[in-house]
Design a protein around this ligand. Structure first.
Ligand code: MLT
Ligand code: MN
Length: 312
């Protein structure tokens, strides 16, 4: 199984187009130890030929351009793609907007929960992907499915999805009630466990998560690799940076550090590799020379970067 992190930043990417915070500035200046990153997405393949994307980011065109495996093979038909399916872990802009770039009447399958499918349904712009060509398939929580392409051919990848604590998508919030509780423990956001024939341990992908609880820890048991929400290092980081008013908690993203953070919360769970993905442009770990990057590494975590590849 090959896994490629094709986008390791959170929504907005790094540097974000309108961000003048020092991290975005040094990224633009290509400072050593600070890599630019595109928005949140993962590609995986059991045979190295048929690929499944996990989330479709607004940067998908650039991500495909940077990833030869996701481009039409030299001997393939005039219109073709090795992308057999796209799995959506929620309906956030950074995870679904890329679907719009995959129009052109090219068959592949979309997998999502009822909540996320309802959002696609409610926004007619997604009809640029004709469901007769790009079937939308339901992911039911805790059920195992073999991921298939648009025509029903199996990809050899087995997926199990489970709800994770988070919140509804930002644009689904009621503007008139900014202080309402928009948290959700339903399938607005899911984590996925990926296995395949002969796999020893699962790859678990959770790019958005508000807290670590007992149910989550159970889903991580014996994971060979965890790719986990690394949006913020500290809960009030965006406020301290002066770029916004929201805490990680308000956005439904657990912080890396602190007693309630993911590093502490997952410290005693048996996991092979643990890797932070979906990293926000305010997170100090983006600077490989920072104390925070050193602390994360010392705690056994890796910080994802675009093009990071793993084989299992
Ligand atoms: C998030 O992960 O919180 C969202 O992607 C934020 C957004 O919609 O920009
Ligand atoms: Mn996001």
């Amino acid at each position: 199984m090959r896994v490629k992190i094709i986008g390791s930043a959170a929504g907005g990417g790094f540097p974000q187009w309108n961000c003048n915070y020092h991290l975005s500035r040094v990224a633009r200046a290509a400072m050593a130890g600070v890599r630019s990153r595109t928005q949140s997405s993962l590609a995986a393949s059991v045979n190295g030929v048929d690929w499944v994307l996990f989330n479709a980011s607004p940067d998908i065109r650039q991500q495909i351009a940077q990833t030869a495996e996701l481009q039409p093979a030299a001997d393939a038909p005039l219109r073709s793609t090795p992308i057999r399916a796209v799995v959506l872990t929620n309906a956030d802009v950074d995870h679904i907007a890329g679907l719009l770039s995959l129009r052109e009447r090219q068959p592949f399958a979309v997998y999502a929960t009822a909540e996320v499918l309802a959002t696609l349904e409610a926004n007619s712009i997604f009809n640029v992907l004709d469901p007769a060509i790009v079937p939308r398939r339901l992911l039911a929580a805790e059920e195992q499915v073999v991921l298939c392409d648009a025509h029903g051919h199996e990809t050899a990848m087995v997926l199990e999805s489970f709800p994770v604590p988070r919140k509804i998508a930002l644009y689904l919030e009621d503007r008139a009630h900014p202080d309402a509780d928009y948290s959700s423990d339903a399938c607005d956001t899911i984590g996925v466990r990926i296995t395949w024939a002969g796999s020893r341990g699962a790859i678990v992908y959770i790019p958005g998560c508000a807290r670590v609880d007992a149910a989550l820890r159970e889903h991580l048991a014996d994971a060979a690799c965890l790719l986990f929400d690394g949006t913020v290092y500290t809960d009030d980081e965006m406020i301290t940076a002066g770029v916004g008013q929201k805490t990680g908690t308000r956005m439904g993203h657990i912080a890396m550090s602190g007693e309630a953070g993911s590093i502490a919360g997952l410290a005693d769970v048996k996991i092979g590799r643990r890797i932070f993905v979906h990293i926000n442009n305010t997170n100090p770990v983006l600077d490989e020379n920072s104390a925070e990057h050193a602390a994360v590494t010392a705690a056994g975590w890796e910080v994802a970067y675009d093009g990071m590849e793993m084989e299992f």
